[in-house]
Design a protein around this ligand. Sequence first.
Ligand code: SAM
Length: 286
Amino acid sequence: MNLSDIRTLREVMNKYGISAQKKYGQNFLTDETILDEIVEGAGISSGDTVLEIGPGLGTLTAKLAEAAHNVVTVEIDEALIPVLKATLADFDNVEIISADILKCDIRELYEKYGTGDGLKVAANLPYYITTPIVLKLLEHSDIIKSITVMVQKEVAQRMQASPGSKDYGALSLAIQYYSDPRVIAEVPADRFYPSPAVDSAVIALESREHPPVEVSDAGYMFRLIRATFNMRRKTLPNALSSGMPELSRAQIENALDAMNLPHTVRGETFSLEDFARLTDLLYEKA
Ligand code: SAM
């Protein structure tokens, strides 16, 4: 069954009385070339265990199952589970999990279904929760080897953004600390049914073996980063004084002096190296 063919997709939806649920970000991919690009971009081979998020009707799942050792796929919409059981009936290497990915224990899934050689994540993500999903996946960088996902084009730009650009922010820093992001395909809105309001891109996040900067405490660095970008228009001392009340203004200004930076500097110009240095200067005092 070729579910990337829009007529087949509609037939299946009619047969099971399914309509695309906006609240779950359901936009089904209808372009076979893009499906192949995701599988290829994710570098899936016959020994791999793939974690997919949001299989929908199983369009991408089937392609992943053909290429991988096995696929664990997590779908929140209970109405789609019987459909998936039917559309994926030919595959004995697909595990369909009826759950919310944000509530799933990824390590437990890996221990139960993984081959012991790490997980590769591939998905056409629900856009309303892209950031929490990706941040959750990055927290498991010891077991997740790569993340290849369809996201809103604008989010892909934020993930790759450099200091000083309008797209640069906490997401850019988190993504670039844990991975090396690379856009592998741009996908116009009309390649989905129904078409979303925005264009999309497939981005591959290759997990780094070592972070690009050394820092005394990465968790503390990300607190500084979040506090900074929660108030990105403010100067760094103002943003940090309000986001991290345990730090005194003098401590923040002394740290900037040590970095030879003016007290009027804004965090949006700070590179990962700058945030690491600031962390090292402030962490001991926290
Ligand atoms: N993979 C399918 C495709 O490419 O056609 C569907 C992709 S659609 C953009 C996103 C999918 O994620 C939907 O099936 C939706 O129900 C599912 N989803 C939404 N929120 C979810 C969550 N919290 N946990 C798991 N799946 C979710």
